[in-house]
Design a protein around this ligand. Structure first.
Ligand SMILES: [Zn+2]
Length: 524
């Protein structure tokens, strides 16, 4: 992470490397909050380069061994208990993962470029099922590592794509071939999605379905919801260069069918390839997944790679996708074993490093992080996000809502109800015009649009929703087509089954209907 101006005279001087840790027994809802991601190691890149990553990790590994073998004594619920812990997974981008794990770092030149299996470049172009490859396992990997110092060590290094024995393998519960998962942010949002979108853009422009000015005009006119506006994709200057961040790229891919889908004939094979990739991404970003969904993902990846543009190279990140299904079975949903939130945490660390005193920038960062952590612990905010209310006003509600308040919440004419402009609850901001999923039965979800947010005298926050009818699912847009039913519905914000919000939008076709994209796959 560069803390100074990358074009300035101090460029590279104060470049930092950070390692964060997250406790896996925190509920996923709180685990993704930036305050639940803790700074473990911060060191100058030059220090890591001179001394090696193993020496930087050494104190951490020593502590982990103690935690695993002896545990630590903790005072809990009035008695002393010994708590033990272990390293479940080490998440990093591909380059860092290969450096830490002792694998070859060049994905273009290494004979075996994958840290999960022993594929080579040629086989990865034609085989798309994990069962078709020899999977690296703990025992054989440690045997190969022990042979690296033998006279034939260099040929083993080339043949199996291993540079050295990683210090992480010294942990009894951890293996670099099993516990360093592939990351969807780097593999999909910064890899496969831009790779395929560029191919699709080139194809669509060549076929005269649309041109870049049309796409950019639609992009600037698209109605992004308030929760998405921060990730609004930048305009596209060339089909060869999609300069977007990972979250901008994921949003661009999700809304791409709504942006230009009306200009593409239904059943177009290249368009269907994008739709299949989006389906894969929806499963990869789902917070809850069953074993059946993991099996379905494996089939989808195989189908997608088999129909991808003829003559196009299967890049290493596309090969890594074939390991996603097994990774879900071992470590749970991919979104929970990803680095997306850690990248966001880096921005906070970067802000903490931007002080005028660069004498010991690592110490400054560490101290500021610990001060913030102290604040969260003492104010009881670490695992408890307080409800934040927007501006409030007293407002007359319609007779219909009054009636529902009486029936559902036993309020009388004398009860005071405050209208709120917004509510921030469990990491989500609820505002008028956002959509909520009310039920999801037999692949037929029902949605409600927030009309008003109210707070009662007993501090209960109630959402007044307009119910929408789901007409059908349109795979061409990867969205549900919905229409308003004018039926009013009240729901307490504290008892929502599906707490995520969505935004509805129309395509640019004449007389377009209203479409809702669900962002990720839902388990029934
Ligand atoms: Zn592989």
């Amino acid at each position: 992470m560069e803390t100074c101006n990358p074009l300035g005279s101090s460029s590279g001087k104060f470049k930092l490397g950070c390692v964060f840790f997250t406790l896996n027994n925190i509920r996923p809802l709180f685990r993704s909050a930036l305050k639940s991601i803790f700074l473990l190691i911060v060191a100058k890149s030059s220090t890591i380069k001179v001394n090696g990553i193993d020496s930087v990790l050494k104190p951490f590994l020593t502590d982990l061994k103690t935690l695993h073998d002896e545990g630590i004594e903790v005072r809990f619920a009035g008695r002393n208990e010994v708590w033990k812990g272990a390293l479940l997974a080490f998440l990093a981008d591909n380059l860092a993962a290969h450096e830490l794990g002792g694998f070859k770092e060049s994905f273009s030149f290494a004979r075996r470029f994958c840290r999960s299996c022993l594929t080579d470049k040629i086989k990865s172009q034609s085989h798309f099922r994990e069962s078709q490859f020899v999977i690296r396992d703990r025992e054989s990997h440690s045997k190969l590592c022990s042979r690296l110092s033998d006279p034939d060590g260099s040929s083993i290094s080339v043949e199996f794509g291993i540079n050295r024995c990683s210090s992480l393998d010294s942990l009894s519960e951890f293996s670099v071939v099993e516990n360093m998962p592939h990351d969807i942010m780097h593999d999909l949002f910064e890899g496969v999605i831009p790779y395929e979108l560029k191919l699709l853009l080139r194809y669509c422009i060549n076929e005269s379905y649309f041109n870049l000015p049309t796409l950019n005009h639609r992009l600037s006119a698209f109605d992004f919801g308030y929760s998405e506006i921060g990730d609004r994709p930048a305009s596209i200057e060339s089909e060869q260069k999609l300069r977007q961040t990972a979250s901008q790229m994921w949003l661009l891919a999700r809304i791409f069918p709504l942006l230009v889908g009306d200009l593409i004939p239904r059943g177009n094979s290249n368009w269907d390839c994008l739709l299949k990739l989006l389906k894969i991404c929806e499963i990869c970003t789902a917070p809850v997944l069953s074993a059946d969904s993991a099996a379905y993902l494996e089939i989808l990846v195989e189908e997608h790679h088999s129909v991808v543009y003829p003559g196009v190279t299967i890049i290493p990140k596309m090969h890594f996708m074939i390991h996603f299904a097994q990774q879900i079975l071992k470590l749970g949903p991919l979104i929970q074993a990803g680095t997306m939130r850690h990248e966001a945490k880096l921005r906070i660390i970067k802000r903490a490093a931007r002080v005028s005193n660069f004498k010991n920038v690592c110490q400054t960062v560490a101290k500021r992080h610990q001060h913030l952590l102290c604040f969260y612990i003492h104010s009881n905010q670490l695992l408890n996000t307080p409800i934040k209310e927007g501006t409030s006003k007293q407002h007359l509600v319609t007779f219909n809502v009054q009636l529902l308040l009486k029936q559902q919440y036993l309020l009388t004419e004398q009860s005071v109800v405050i209208i709120l402009s917004s509510v921030f609850y469990n990491g989500i901001t609820y505002k008028p015009n956002a959509f909520l999923m009310l039920s999801y039965d037999a692949l037929e979800p029902t949605f409600g649009k927030i009309v008003t947010l109210m707070k009662t005298e007993s501090n209960e926050i109630i959402l007044v929703l307009n119910q929408f009818v789901t007409e059908y699912y349109d795979n061409h847009y990867r969205s549900f087509c919905v229409s308003e039913s004018h039926q009013t519905y009240l729901h307490s914000v504290h008892s929502l089954t599906y707490y995520n919000i969505f935004h509805a939008s129309r395509t640019f076709a004449k007389d377009s209907k209203l479409y809702l994209n669900l962002r990720h796959h839902f388990e029934l």
